[in-house]
Design a protein around this ligand. Sequence first.
Ligand code: GTB
Length: 221
Amino acid sequence: MTAPLHPVITVFERSPDRGKGLARDMRVRWALEETGQAYEVRLVSFSAMKEPAHRALHPFGQIPTYEQGTLALFESGAIVYHIAASHAGLLPDDAQARARAITWMFAALNTVEPPVLDLQTIRFQERDRSWYAERLPLVEERIRQRLSDLADRLGSADWLDGAFSAGDLLMVSVLLRLKASGLLDEFSNLAAYVARGEARPAYRRAFAAQLALFNRGESGA
Ligand code: GTB
């Protein structure tokens, strides 16, 4: 019997967030850690990402990708789902609870992440545009509305629907992108929810691995 091949994921050769864990390989690393899988990392530069070899794995020339044996995937949500569906630990066994956890995965990516991305786009790419000052509060208000609804649903629970699931993993990953904005702190239960996610040993291992990679680049190793 041959040993199973470790998954290989692609990550930024040099992450623009300087190791803060905000790039989307972090959620894949976290899912791999939660399910106890060893994995390998392949570093990709911004230019290599746009080359045909990488585009064969990722049609949009981005990270992360995931390869295991003959399977190649892109899209962090699909990768996390694949990991969660094929290993114990991130999706409940009960069919209805599982369907609800998957619903939260979609909610994180389709309902909460889009306005969060709008904020990052306007902050980092549109700061010198004429519409910046007018658009920024509108985008922030849309995020507040999402956070308010999410905070109401979470209430005083630890996780969104029973035990920690891939839905929480993706929701916490998305919310983490708001940390620097201060918006998260307006909702104390959401701030505590994110802190609970960050305190998980699997999250810490994933975070440390991506930070070590950045620090290694810093020292020129
Ligand atoms: N929908 C895709 C998914 O979920 O996998 C989106 C993938 C994506 O946006 N990948 C980004 C990428 O490859 C990296 S994560 N960008 C390069 C390119 O498009 O050419 C986005 C990201 C980048 C940087 C930071 N940061 O520095 O804080 C945070 C998040």
